[in-house]
Ligand binder design. Structure first.
Ligand code: ADP
Length: 199
């Protein structure tokens, strides 16, 4: 029997999925694969990929699916992801779900759980305003935030239904202290028996 913790965390911008994702991944000893972080690191380092995606990120648009999926496939093929991983920010639309499915299927794998962080729109907007002041991310302008939230609603929300049909979604109340929310996620994953032999 092989233990695995192949996870996806989804939630609107400002839901705290980045922060919670890191905490959950630490618990299971698996790497976080955040497409946003990968793109930002490439932009910072001035790589070819970085140059290609700078304007896209600043506008709050999506990087083309095939390019994004190729980057994720390369990352998941690395040794440290062989026992599991936590995806943050990918897949972000139904086309990417199909591309991820195809890749995982080739490896005889599938996602064990999808953590959906539920946060009311007002609360997430408030958190984004704070993050804009604290981190100064170039895509945290009012315009780019509104555009990203729109894309979340129209393109990303539908992926939740796909995973719900597979019975792997855990909807978590994302309002509360950081520790409370981490605890809620751990409880839900434990109830599923996710990664029990890894910890
Ligand atoms: P947020 O959740 O606040 O939008 P992310 O760090 O997840 O932040 O993503 C930042 C940007 O990176 C997105 O607006 C988009 O331009 C790009 N990006 C990240 N993940 C994907 C993806 N799966 N497909 C296409 N573009 C992506």
């Amino acid at each position: 029997m092989t233990a695995s913790a192949r996870l996806l965390i989804v939630g609107p911008q400002g839901s705290g999925k980045g922060t919670q994702g890191v905490r959950v991944a630490e618990t299971f000893g698996i790497p976080v694969v955040s497409t946003g972080d990968i793109f930002r690191a490439n932009i910072k380092q001035g790589t070819d990929l970085g140059k290609k995606v700078t304007a896209i990120l600043d506008a709050g648009d999506l990087v083309p699916d095939e390019l994004t999926s190729e980057i994720v496939r390369d990352r998941l093929a690395q040794d440290d992801a062989s026992n599991g991983f936590l995806l943050d920010g990918y897949p972000r639309n139904t086309a990417q779900v199909a591309q991820l499915d195809a890749f995982l299927e080739e490896r005889g794998e599938s996602l064990d759980a999808v953590i959906l962080l539920d946060v009311p729109r007002e609360e997430s907007l408030e958190r984004l305003r704070l993050r804009a002041i604290e981190q100064g991310r170039s895509d945290d302008t009012d315009e780019a935030i509104a555009h990203r939230l729109d894309i979340y609603e129209h393109e990303t929300s539908p992926i939740i239904e796909i995973y719900q049909e597979r019975g792997i979604v855990d909807r978590i109340d994302g309002v509360g202290s950081l520790d409370e929310i981490t605890e809620r996620i751990s409880t839900a994953l434990n109830a599923r028996g996710v990664g029990q032999q890894l910890v």
